[in-house]
Design a binder for this molecule. Structure first.
Ligand code: KG4
Ligand code: ZN
Length: 354
């Protein structure tokens, strides 16, 4: 099955073409073509994503990307079996641009259209985990063969932070989520306090390498409680107070790096402890890590090590599939099709949940 996937929920415009096979037992994806355009530079001066600017950029970029994607071979679209498009959650003006674009293609090429939940895109992105040895030349992606269930999924992005238990690939339940800021949002806000540019996650990660992660003992909110919910706003406020009390005027480079590293360590501690606690309680055989924050190498390393200690397999997608992309939307579309899941209406749903 060939799936054309379109993603425009936030500040990345993505179009991917995947060939999917193997069914629910052994889903496999071959990434045939993929183009992405990031709007980070446009939103950076504003310190965050501006919805109407995002809409304007998606409208401008979609036809340009499609042209690049087709590379003068317009017959690619006639070979597509289905068009998948993100319907939510996300910024509604941005979501609509992808939906309208997908609907026009669907009409012109007489292809069915399927709405995909962006969070399921992240959730299933681990299916794009393993590269073939020669993946640079051959973009065939091999699914992690023999993924064992039950599994725990930790989904950490700029808009969401949640922990899920998966009985199998298609049956999952939410164990907990953030009660206030998402993990990525906390990284972005702390970065702003440290005068680092947007998006803050990669910046915090970069300067943390020069800092001491044990320099400041920031709080680990809700880490030891029974609940699987998260809270990052207290941690973020502690960083704010620490800066106010210790460096009200200028933060020196060394202190900046120590604050970033200590904040990153506190966040990782909370995220990994909860995931491991859930894995133990639900007797999980695998842990999946996904979302933009999953690009963080320290988080990947910590969760991988902790999972290994308790004998649980760890899966994280290749870096390019952590932050928003259309390939993960294609992967989720395939699982939804096999699962014969109730179809989403093709309208933007900003607050769509799992
Ligand atoms: O999944 P994503 O691309 O968009 C949403 O669906 O929200 O995630 C974006 C978030 C941003 O908050 C960004 O700062 C964070 O992921 N992020 C990171 C890293 N790379 C991106 N956070 C921590 N470390 C990183 N290396
Ligand atoms: Zn996302």
């Amino acid at each position: 099955m060939k799936i054309l996937a379109i993603e425009t929920s936030c500040d990345e415009t993505g179009i991917s073409l995947l060939e999917a096979k193997g069914g629910l037992k052994n889903p496999q994806f071959k990434l045939l073509r993929s183009v992405i355009s990031s709007q980070i530079k446009i939103h950076r001066p504003f310190g965050g994503v501006v919805p109407n600017l995002a809409k304007r950029e998606h409208i401008k970029n979609l036809p340009i990307l499609l042209k690049k994607f087709l590379n003068f071979k317009s017959d690619i679209l006639s070979s597509v079996d289905i068009i998948a498009v993100t319907v939510g959650p996300g910024l509604e003006p941005a979501l609509w641009t992808g939906i309208n674009f997908a609907e026009n293609l669907s009409k012109e090429f007489k292809k069915p259209i399927l709405g995909v939940n962006h969070l399921e895109g992240h959730l299933y992105s681990f299916l794009l985990a393993q590269k073939t040895a020669n993946s640079k030349l051959n973009p065939a992606l091999k699914t992690p063969v023999g993924t064992k269930f039950p599994a725990i999924a930790l989904l950490v992005s700029g808009g969401h932070t949640m922990l899920l238990e998966l009985e199998n690939l298609t049956h999952y339940k939410k164990l907990g989520e953030t009660l206030d800021d998402a993990a990525g949002e906390a990284f972005d806000k702390v970065a702003r306090m440290l005068c680092l540019p947007y998006p803050g996650g990669p910046e915090i990660e970069k300067i943390s390498l020069k800092g001491n992660k044990n320099a400041i003992n920031f709080p680990r909110p809700m880490m030891n409680g029974k609940s699987y919910n998260f809270s990052f706003s207290g941690l973020k406020t502690s960083v704010l107070y620490y800066i106010r009390d210790n460096a009200p005027k200028n933060i020196g480079q060394k202190l900046k790096a120590d604050i970033a590293a200590s904040f990153q360590e506190a966040s990782i501690d909370v995220l990994t402890s909860k995931a491991i606690k859930a894995a133990k309680e639900y007797d999980a055989k695998s842990i999946f890590l996904s979302g933009g924050v999953a690009s963080n190498k320290a988080l990947r390393k910590s969760l991988k090590e902790k999972a290994k200690k308790i004998g649980v397999d760890f899966f994280v997608p290749d870096f390019k599939f952590n932050t928003d992309n259309a390939s993960m939307i294609g992967a989720a579309a395939y699982i939804n099709i096999l699962n014969k899941k109730k179809k989403h209406k093709i309208v933007a749903k900003g607050n769509l949940s799992l």
